[in-house]
Design a protein around this ligand. Structure first.
Ligand code: TYM
Length: 336
């Protein structure tokens, strides 16, 4: 039986943090041999909020190098840059024309980001989920591994595909595959270190709120030491009203590879003073090999560029095929 096809991406905005790693990239790596995988760098999405042209290209290479450093293996996985394949933008336009405006106005991420942008909200920010749907549907992906914040965008993608199939294909022979989100229970929503009720995010103004994958041991120690906690002794996953406790224990669980029963037993009697150094240690040791591989990959840009060139060639073949099918279904005249 053919392997199921998996697709996902990360935006090259700022440095990637533990939320991106534990909610997405690490899961891609762990399951890659079971699937046919396409992972890309979502640089077209990165310009939906004001961006700095001087750093976009470097950030794009940095994300590609991090993908490889985290363990994506080219034997199972194609890595490419979204803007290198023009079919993404073209399919987004075609899907725009069948997507009702009010489906987009309901998107939680749009509402949250729009609030921060004030008067400068671009059409691109509103249209972001349609481009995301195009990313997924172009590759006829079966599964999309993401963190929980992307769930609504995945539901929208399914709605757009269903509408397209209904209007321009048939129930017996749907043209676009409906993707399933792959969201793991643990790590799906890593919270800020300074507020256990809000998500760890690249756009949080406070550096202390997140651990970046490239943070030094001293930075990690400092951030964990200063992370928000409470005066209660004894740590447990499901203590009510202790969101920080739940989050830090989850980080420990995921970075140590221990079972939740083992972590619960180990930490049941601990105070923060004893727990925080343990957590810092597993985070530092977990990130060390990634950081080492990242440094050597970034020292040889041409190797990363070659990976992206090959990825583009492989991905473009599939993307072009779907785009042609969609244009045929919509009735466009074919060029000679
Ligand atoms: P981005 O760059 O915001 O996030 C990349 C991935 O990291 C996950 N994530 C988190 N997971 C757990 N806890 C957190 N605090 C946390 N913060 C981020 C996100 O859920 C995501 O999986 N729209 C996407 C990029 C994208 C995409 C796609 C993804 C564009 N096209 C097609 C899948 C399929 C995004 O916002 O990524």
């Amino acid at each position: 039986m053919a392997k199921k096809r998996v697709l996902s991406g990360v935006q090259p905005t700022g440095t990637l943090h533990l939320g991106n790693y534990l909610g997405a990239i690490r899961n891609w790596v762990e399951e890659q041999s079971q699937f046919e995988n396409y992972f890309f760098i979502a640089d077209l999405h990165a310009i939906t909020v004001p961006h700095d042209p001087a750093v976009l290209s470097n950030n794009t290479y940095a994300v590609a190098a991090l993908y490889l450093a985290c363990g994506l293996d080219l034997e199972h996985t194609t890595i490419f840059v979204q803007s290198h394949i023009s079919a993404h933008a073209e399919l987004a336009w075609l899907l725009n024309c069948i997507t009702p405006l009010n489906w987009l106005e309901r998107m939680i991420q749009f509402k949250e980001k729009a609030l921060k942008q004030g008067e400068h909200v671009s059409i691109g920010l509103l249209d972001y989920p349609v481009l995301q749907a195009a990313d997924i549907l172009l590759y006829q992906a079966d599964l999309v591994p993401v963190g929980e914040d992307q769930k609504q965008h995945l539901e929208l993608t399914r709605d757009i595909a269903t509408r397209f199939n209904f209007q321009y294909a048939s129930a017996e022979a749907p043209l676009l595959t409906l993707p399933e989100p792959l969201i793991r229970k643990e790590g799906a929503r890593i919270m800020s270190l300074t507020d256990g009720t809000s998500k760890m995010s690249k756009s949080d103004p406070s550096e202390l709120s997140r651990i970046n994958l490239l943070d030094s041991p001293a930075q990690i120690n400092n951030k964990i030491k200063r992370s928000k906690t409470d005066p209660i002794r004894g740590l447990s996953f499901d203590a009510p009203d202790r969101p920080e406790c739940h989050n830090l224990l989850t980080l420990y669980l995921l970075m140590s590879g221990k079972s939740s029963a083992a972590v619960a037993a180990e930490c049941a009697e601990m105070g923060w003073g004893q727990f925080k150094p343990l957590l810092a240690e597993v985070v530092i040791e977990g990130l060390r090999p990634i950081q080492e591989r990242y440094a050597s990959l970034m020292a040889d840009r041409t190797a990363v560029a070659t990976v992206l060139k090959r990825g583009r060639e492989q991905a473009e073949e599939i993307a072009t095929q779907t785009l042609c099918q969609v244009k045929d279904a919509l009735g466009f005249a074919r060029p000679l």
